[in-house]
Design a protein around this ligand. Structure first.
Ligand code: SAH
Length: 286
């Protein structure tokens, strides 16, 4: 029995209604870049798929994980919406009534700016069971590629993922957190810079732009906020995220020295097994 409020909401979305459709839908986060950024669970689910509905920004190499499936491009071309969301919702429901396992493959993580809510609602209304497999979102891949941690001890205690473009297509800046990561602003970096200054960020606030994060040709650049417009040419035509604040600051030499113990000479022999602490590993290796 689902007694709690949370239990009843989840149950409603995940259980198939009596006499409902025959298939189930698995939302899989593909990660933002190369095929090898998908999770092991996501790769397994692709292997079970009869049909895969995929977005434009997913790596075509992922097809090798589901050669048995019918692949349907529900492409949002480039990084703007071109297939109406209602058509995708309807196709998803139709596919689930005709096939046992439908994978809905989304770039990055399905829960982050992925129109997941609409698709979940359409499936719930049709009584179709579903599962969500998380993925690496672009902000996380960008932090990895630029080697700029999103949180910093003492200075970066909060992170906000924000879309620069609102429902009414107006570009908006914001200052919600120590580190703010903006999606969907790649084409309007100059405008975003001005909007961020209006939202309270200083002219010299650090900004890092990463385009095609997670791909071999990923590109990172750093700027003062007042010079963000200059990044437009560098990242033109490539999906990009813009990180502002604590998480945009390059990890300094001084900070690296702070961890010098870990960077020092390699252990004489390769330590094996499980150690309960770094100190224990150090003892074993020296
Ligand atoms: N669900 C996706 C986001 C989809 S919205 C995720 O979790 O990553 C599309 C926006 O994501 C793009 O406009 C861009 O801002 C960002 N994006 C997607 N792929 C990217 C990549 N490889 N590198 C940088 N930004 C990316």
């Amino acid at each position: 029995m689902n007694g709690g409020v949370n239990g009843s909401v989840t149950g409603c979305l995940n259980k198939r209604a009596e006499g409902g459709a025959s298939g189930r839908v698995i939302f899989v986060g593909a990660g933002p870049g190369s095929a090898d950024l998908i999770t092991v669970r996501g790769a397994r689910r692709l292997g079970e798929a009869d049909v895969v509905l995929f977005d434009a920004l997913t790596d075509p190499a992922l097809r090798e994980l589901a050669p048995q499936a019918l692949w349907i491009d529900v492409g949002k071309r480039g990084f703007c919406d071109s297939t109406p969301q209602a058509s995708i919702d309807a196709l998803l429901v139709r596919m689930a009534t005709e096939h046992a396992v439908v994978v809905r493959l989304k770039g990055g993580d399905p829960s982050v700016f992925g129109r997941l809510e609409e698709e979940l609602l359409a499936l719930a209304a049709a009584g179709i069971a579903c599962e969500i497999v998380p993925g690496v979102t672009a902000a996380i891949a960008a932090a990895a590629d630029s080697q700029r941690p999103l949180t910093r001890r003492g200075r970066g205690r909060s992170v906000s993922l924000t879309t620069a473009v609102s429902e009414d297509s107006v570009l908006r800046g914001a200052r919600h957190a120590d580190t703010e990561v903006f999606y969907m602003a790649g084409r309007q970096l100059g405008k975003l810079g001005r909007a961020l200054r209006a939202a309270g960020w200083a002219e010299d606030a650090p900004v890092c732009v990463v385009s095609r994060a997670g791909w071999p040709d990923s590109l990172s650049s750093e700027h003062a906020l007042s010079e963000l417009a200059a990044a437009a040419v560098l990242h033109a035509g490539r999906p990009a995220v813009v990180t502002v604040g604590a998480g945009a600051v390059k990890v300094g030499i001084a900070a690296a020295r702070g961890g010098a113990g870990a960077i020092g000479a390699a252990p004489r022999q390769k330590p094996m097994g499980v150690y309960r602490s770094a100190a224990e590993l150090h003892c074993a290796a020296t």
